[in-house]
Ligand binder design. Structure first.
Ligand code: ASP
Length: 323
C-alpha cells in the first residue's frame, strides 16, 4: 500500500504559544506521534510527514505559496496514494480552491485541513481532523482537491471559513458537503466519483506556471464609495481581473457615474470583471433589475453562486479562459 504524504505548511495546528501570540513551529511528526496511541497510529499508517522549511501563518499566504504546495504534490505524485495539506485556517479556503484550479480533477486525493486549537493544547481538534483527512484520502472515493474540517468534507472550490471560534469553522457554500464523517464516512449525493484518469507515469499536466501577484483586485461596493477606491481597483495598470461585490442579485449603483465610467475603461483595456453578490446565499441574476442591465451591456461576467475564494484563485490561475 502506498503511503499518504502529510505536507505541513504551518497554521494553528502546529503552532506554539509565544509572548506575542501563537506562532508557527516545526515538529509536526512528533506532535502526531504524541497525539495517537499505537493502535490508532497503526490504523492510520502508512503515512509520511514532509515539513515545509518556511512554515507560515496562512494569513501571510501568497499565490506563490499555492504553487509551492502544488509543486510538492507534483514532485511526489507517483510515490504516494494521496496528500494531506496541513494549513492555517485563515486562508485555507483560498488554498483549497487554488489547488483545485492548479491540479484539476480526476487526481489522487488532496485533502486540506488544519485546526482551530493547536495540537500542543488540550482539546485540540487537530488529531481528529488529521484522522478524518487520512480516512477520506484512503476511502477510494475522493479523487479531487477537498477541504476536510470538523468531520465535513467540502469540495475544494466550495469551502468558506465562516466562524472564527467554532470548531466547525468551514461551510460548503451554496452546496451540500461531499461527505460527513460520522461512525462511518457517509458520502452525499453531492459527491460524484470521478475517474482517476491521470495515469501514474504521465508527464505533469498540472498548471504550475508562475502567477502574477497583484493582478487580481476585489472591489467591494458600498453606499458612498469614493472614486479613489473605485479607480484603484479598476484602473490600475497591473490589475488584469476584478471581482466586484455588488448588492443582492448582482445589482450595482448604476447612477454612480464614477463606477460606470471606470467599468467601461476597464473593459476597454481587456480587464476581466466578475460580478459577485455580497449576500451569503443564492446566486447572481445579473440584469433582473434595470440597474444591473448596464453590466450585461458591458460584458461583465456573472459569478452565479461561486465563492470569492474560488473566483480570486481561478482568476490568478486561469485568467485566459475568461477572455
Ligand atoms: N492564523 C492562523 C493561520 O491561518 C489561524 C489558523 O490556523 O487557525 O495560520
Amino acid at each position: 500500500m502506498l503511503p499518504i504524504l502529510i505536507i505541513y505548511t504551518g497554521g494553528t495546528i502546529g503552532m506554539q504559544p509565544s509572548a506575542s501570540g501563537y506562532q508557527t513551529s516545526s515538529g509536526m511528526s512528533q506532535l502526531i506521534a504524541n497525539a495517537f496511541n499505537s493502535s490508532a497510529l497503526e490504523q492510520l499508517k502508512p503515512f509520511e510527514v514532509l515539513e515545509f522549511p518556511r512554515l507560515i501563518d496562512s494569513s501571510n499566504a501568497q499565490p506563490h505559496d499555492w504553487l509551492a504546495i502544488a509543486q510538492c504534490i507534483d514532485d511526489n505524485y507517483r510515490q504516494y496514494a494521496g496528500f494531506i495539506v496541513l494549513h492555517g485556517t485563515d486562508t485555507m479556503a483560498y488554498t483549497a480552491a487554488a489547488l483545485h484550479h492548479i491540479l484539476g480533477e480526476s487526481i489522487k486525493p488532496v485533502i486540506v485541513t488544519g485546526s482551530q486549537i493547536p495540537m500542543c493544547k488540550a482539546r485540540s481538534d487537530g488529531p481528529g481532523n488529521i484522522q478524518d483527512a487520512i480516512l477520506f484520502a484512503r476511502s477510494g472515493k475522493v479523487n479531487q482537491v477537498c477541504l476536510s474540517f470538523a468531520g465535513t468534507l467540502i469540495a475544494g472550490a466550495c469551502a468558506k471559513k465562516v466562524d472564527t471560534s467554532a470548531l466547525a469553522a468551514f461551510t460548503s457554500y451554496n452546496s451540500r458537503p461531499l461527505a460527513v464523517a460520522d461512525i462511518t464516512l457517509n458520502f452525499t449525493e453531492q459527491h460524484r466519483p470521478l475517474n482517476q484518469s491521470r495515469p501514474e507515469n504521465r508527464q505533469s499536466s498540472f498548471k504550475l506556471s508562475p502567477l502574477q501577484p497583484q493582478s487580481v483586485a476585489v472591489l467591494l461596493l458600498y453606499p458612498g464609495i469614493s472614486k479613489v477606491s473605485i479607480d484603484a481597483a479598476l484602473l490600475d495598470e497591473k490589475i488584469k481581473a476584478v471581482v466586484m461585490l455588488s448588492y443582492g442579485a448582482g445589482n450595482p449603483p448604476d447612477q454612480n457615474s464614477d463606477l460606470i465610467e471606470a467599468l467601461e475603461a476597464a473593459v476597454e483595456r481587456d480587464v476581466v470583471v466578475i460580478n459577485m453578490t455580497q449576500c451569503y446565499r443564492g446566486k447572481v441574476a445579473q440584469g433582473t433589475y434595470a440597474v444591473g442591465s448596464v453590466l450585461n451591456k458591458l460584458g461583465i461576467i456573472s459569478a452565479l453562486d461561486r465563492t470569492l475564494e474560488d473566483l480570486v484563485t481561478d482568476l490568478y490561475i486561469n485568467l485566459d479562459s475568461y477572455r
